[in-house]
Design a protein around this ligand. Sequence first.
Ligand code: BTN
Length: 249
Amino acid sequence: MDRILHLDITDSTNEVLKKLAKDGAREGQVVIADEQLAGKGRRGRKFESPKGKGIYFSYLLRPKKMTPELSTLTARTAVAIQRAIYKACGIQTGIKWVNDLVLHQKKVCGILTEMCMEAGEIRYVIIGIGINVNEEEKDFPEELRKIATSFSIEMGKTFSREKLIGEMVKELDQMSSGFLTQKETYLEEYRKFCITTGKEVCVISGESKRRAYALCVNEDYSLEVEYEDGNRESLNAGEVSVRGIEGYI
Ligand code: BTN
């Protein structure tokens, strides 16, 4: 099996990699597709994956055991991908907590991490990354145009997806090999580029929406917020919309 499996078309690269992982694929196995018919986003959403425009990429990790650090994986991936984008395309994105990358206040990259446990043991983790690279406005459905964009739309030129894929593989290899030793570097970079802190946010939990102020990102990448009544909370997951960023409610 090639280390990088490049498919023309598939339903979801995460699903393909899951099958390979079950058949024994090694850590670092990558699946890429030029088009996805059922690209998955978080919270059961669809990830738009038009042919030959974006990057639809999944990476396999095989952690030896369940550690608290594993919960920081997606946030650290955001740092790794941000670095790759900067190296390959010269574009500095921001990180919207927890793990969306944004450019000019709109989303350009999403990350979906899926973990498989069996009998209390961790079997594998799949990190799925979708990046809007060369999409034109018409490639996004109407309802997404206000909140999502691509490098091409924002910068007025096209970018090499191959070059970016190469940098992504390098950065993810580096992230996984330094997972237990390079905690500080990733956290520092995450905090530096996080666009959520220091802003008014709306914390969304089911039907409830609460205004708050985002104070900082804690060591475990939770978001420290202060509500209007002065109460504070460390958010571990969930949805937060940011004032000034498209999609704020
Ligand atoms: C999100 O923004 O909610 C996460 C989007 C993740 C999309 C990527 S594209 C490659 C991989 N395969 C999938 O089906 N989803 C992820």
